[in-house]
Ligand binder design. Structure first.
Ligand code: AMP
Length: 778
């Protein structure tokens, strides 16, 4: 290639165009033009790297080889693209495989020359850094689908960031849990595994308050005398955490973020939020749903806002993890209007710990959460059980308040509400009943002895019939819920025990598991007896060949609150990013019911050798509505003329709305497209035949398709979850909107007919991204 051609080629590159004439000459002189056949490895992952390459002609494929994972092409580099620069810059090993996909001509520039020029030239350095950021970002985006995610999961010791590996800089985070007469605080340093300090001040408001302080090297408990109020308790907390002997912080102003445990979000929040005046007002507005908790949580938030006006305060709710529970499980069969007016529905609690143990279980089993069906049993003084389908809570035993569900230390769990009316008629007051239900029932009520499971087990051992009955009722209720939730989940991979009783009592676990053998759920009694997991450890007590894993995972709400606080603070975006959200409309489309078919299924329905006939193109490039339609036969009713969307896919999948579920008589879960394991099937009828799909019916999770370029512009990644605002007559905000990124996608948000009708969406309507709700870590 002529020298001048090469120089002109370099100048056409946005980075090298910033080089001076002499710098370009220097690069041309050192360059080597090399021709490669197709399929030649240019750079291999893991090797040291000494060159920068520019594609002059042809194409280079970039892929990640994974252990036990088929190689997946992440992206293709065409004419003008520089590669190899990331490792050239950092001196690290090559991160990806680079291989020609066709005969190609590449220009090689030795690292010292290329970097020498970049380093000398500030404009080029800036552009270079920008390129790198884009590469990192793009490659992140291209790491598609679960094969790659699974490889990342298998490779990462902390795939769900429970140990803050995502923290961009060292940070101290304080976690606060204010109750009516107690203050619990925990300080984490994102560079360390264990908390720096954990403290509890109890009996606030009495003349005899107590302060327990635990550090990695010490434990002490001191009497504080009279602590009249929370403000005074805060002074003791500040003194303890800034004690030079402990060394947690030199000055409390070091905290950049404070996570507050808030009991009830009242359905107003989908996840943790940064607290501002409006959020505080919203939390206050739902305090009547948790009068024994929210007012004290608010008091703690207000005190901390005064103490640390510069820190970000984050509310982490006990029930937002359960926001995904479908209406069938969340609705009480009471008058609809009354429920709407009074916000009566099932909200669930212990969400922070249910989520924490679920993430831990996936990490321990080295499986993505999105592939597991789990039942998590939080058995402490308060107790609840949760059904988690592919990472989403789909049912939990606590309801509008923590009274419903399992038998607890002093609460009864499920009781016929008629009992309450009976007692009211007998002259008991509402306050009296509330007291009985919250403080005198459950294990304590049945046994007449104590709410402490250890004492009950000892009493039962000594022949106390009431203690034994309390234990039996407690275990039977849990067994009943596990059975029910196994069916609700349509299968089961994991049961988790957590909480004081769940973690520590082999007797209780063994009792619960009696009778489950027929369902492939068997525990190894020796391991169960000996298991004593410490916080941060996981023990599997299932028999080695059992179908269902049974894990003991010590509760650690504080760590989860700190992690969620870190993530929420990390989601705060720059003004510039928010401007992009506010000024970039997202087209809104309603996806009526439709079906995707494999070629094989299509041929069974329409005849051998037949292919789908494109009728009209869809918004996503290459996709089309086919001329062909199918009829669906459900257990209850039929749906006719359901459009096939082409081209043929690797799996067959039917997407219907909630209303149509009813018509067909099936109950599919809300799932991401392609995630069809454990979903119901359906009979499909074509012009030439009929098939029964064993699985594949879903209610598609609302989502936005976007190209990699759009994702870059928005600063979003594949699998992020956002909120989208649609304005107008029946404007509303859609939460839980999944971002799906692919280089071939076109910007478009897909809603089903029910969702579209709720917001009266017409063709041509648009929405705006309001905020990022949460991000996936694998
Ligand atoms: P939590 O609210 O999670 O702290 O759990 C408190 C409950 O766990 C109480 O009922 C305790 O009696 C119970 N617990 C703690 N240790 C044990 C143990 N070794 N065996 C049985 N129950 C226990």
């Amino acid at each position: 290639m002529a020298v001048n051609d090469l120089k002109a080629f370099f100048q056409s590159n946005p980075l090298m165009a910033l080089f001076s004439d002499e710098e370009l000459d220097e690069c041309v002189k050192a360059s080597e033009v090399v021709e490669f056949a197709a399929g030649v490895d240019i750079e291999k992952r893991g090797e040291t790297h000494n060159s920068s390459w520019i594609v002059y002609d042809g194409e280079v494929g970039v892929s990640i080889p994974g252990e036990g994972v088929t190689e997946e092409l992440l992206t293709k580099l065409e004419k003008g693209r520089i590669f190899g620069d990331m490792s050239v810059f950092t001196g690290n090993l090559v991160a990806f495989d680079f291989k020609t996909t066709q005969p190609s001509t590449l220009v090689r520039i030795p690292r010292p020359v290329f970097m020498g020029v970049v380093k000398k030239n500030p404009a080029a350095t800036l552009q270079f850094t920008k390129n790198l950021t884009e590469i990192v970002f793009h490659l992140g985006l291209y790491q598609k689908e679960h094969e790659i995610r699974e490889a990342a999961m298998l490779a990462s010791p902390d795939p769900y960031d429970l140990y803050f590996t995502s923290a961009s800089e060292p940070m101290k985070i304080s976690v606060i849990n204010c109750g009516s007469s107690s203050l619990k605080y925990t300080i984490f340093d994102t560079t360390q595994r264990d908390p720096l300090i954990e403290g509890t001040i109890e009996r606030i408001g009495s003349a005899d308050a107590h302060h327990k302080v635990v550090t990695p090297t010490s434990k002490k408990s001191v009497s504080l005398g009279a602590v009249p109020n929370m403000e005074k308790a805060f002074e003791f907390m500040v003194a303890a955490i800034s004690d030079p002997a402990v060394g947690a912080v030199r000055d409390v102003r070091e905290f950049k973020a404070v996570g507050h445990r808030v009991t009830h979000g009242g359905g107003l929040f989908n996840g943790p939020v940064i607290i501002d005046d409006q959020v505080l007002e919203q939390i206050r507005s739902v305090s009547d749903l948790a009068p024994l908790h929210n007012p004290y949580n608010i008091e703690g938030i207000e005190l901390f806002r005064k103490l640390l006006p510069g820190a970000k305060q984050v509310a982490v709710f006990d029930n937002t993890f359960h926001q995904t529970i479908p209406p069938a499980a969340a609705t009480y069969a009471l008058p609809r209007r009354l429920c709407a007016e009074e916000r009566i529905r099932r909200y669930g609690f212990h969400g922070t710990n249910h989520e924490y143990v679920a993430l831990n279980a996936a990490t321990f089993l080295k499986k993505p959460l999105s592939e597991l069906k789990m039942i998590t049993c939080h058995l402490g003084s308060g107790a609840s059980v949760c059904a988690i389908d592919h990472g989403r809570s789909i049912d939990t035993s606590m309801g509008m308040t923590p009274l419903e569900g399992l038998v607890m230390g002093t609460r009864p769990g499920d009781v016929d509400p008629g009992v309450i009316f009976h007692l009211l008629r007998k002259g008991r007051s509402a306050e009296e009943l509330e007291n009985i239900f919250n403080k005198d029932s459950g294990l304590k009520g049945i046994s007449g002895l104590t709410n402490d499971m250890r004492e009950l087990l000892a009493a039962a051992e000594n022949g106390d019939a009431h203690a034994l009955n309390a234990i039996s009722v407690f275990c039977y209720r849990i067994k009943k819920y596990i059975g029910a939730y196994t069916v609700a989940l349509g299968g089961l991979d994991v049961v988790v025990f957590t909480g004081g009783i769940g973690e520590n009592s082999p007797e209780i676990r063994a009792r619960i598991f009696q009778g489950f053998e027929a369902f492939g759920m068997t525990i190894d009694h020796r391991i169960n007896r000996d298991a004593r997991p410490e916080r941060g450890q996981v023990v599997d007590i299932a028999e080695p060949n059992a179908k269902v894993r049974v894990l003991l995972i010590p509760a650690d709400e504080e760590r989860m609150i700190a992690r969620n606080t870190l993530h929420t603070v990390g989601l705060v975006r720059s003004e510039a990013d928010i401007r992009v959200f506010k000024t970039t409309p997202i087209p809104l489309s309603i996806s009526a019911h439709h079906i995707h078919l494999t070629q094989e299924n299509f041929e069974l329905l329409f005849g051998r050798g037949k292919a789908m006939t494109p009728k009209s193109p869809l918004s996503q490039p290459g996709q089309f509505a086919a001329e062909e339609t199918v009829n669906l036969i459900g257990p209850k009713g039929n749906l006719e003329k359901v459009r096939i969307l082409g081209p043929a896919r690797k799996y067959s999948q039917l997407e219907i709305s909630r209303t149509e579920q009813f018509k067909l008589g099936i109950d599919p879960p809300i799932r991401d497209s392609g995630d069809i394991e454990g979903t119901p099937g359906i009979t499909v009828v074509g012009s030439q035949g009929q098939i029964h799909l064993e699985k594949g019916v879903i209610c598609a999770k609302r989502h936005i398709h976007m190209s990699t370029d759009d994702a870059l512009k928005f600063g979003l990644r594949d699998k992020d979850v956002v909120r989208v605002r649609k304005e107008g007559g029946r404007g509303l905000i859609f939460g839980d909107v999944l971002i799906r990124v692919d280089q071939n996608f076109r910007l478009d948000m897909h809603l089903d007919t029910d969702e579209g009708n709720a917001a009266e969406i017409k063709p041509g309507d648009t929405g705006y991204i309001e905020s990022i709700e949460h991000r996936r870590y694998i």
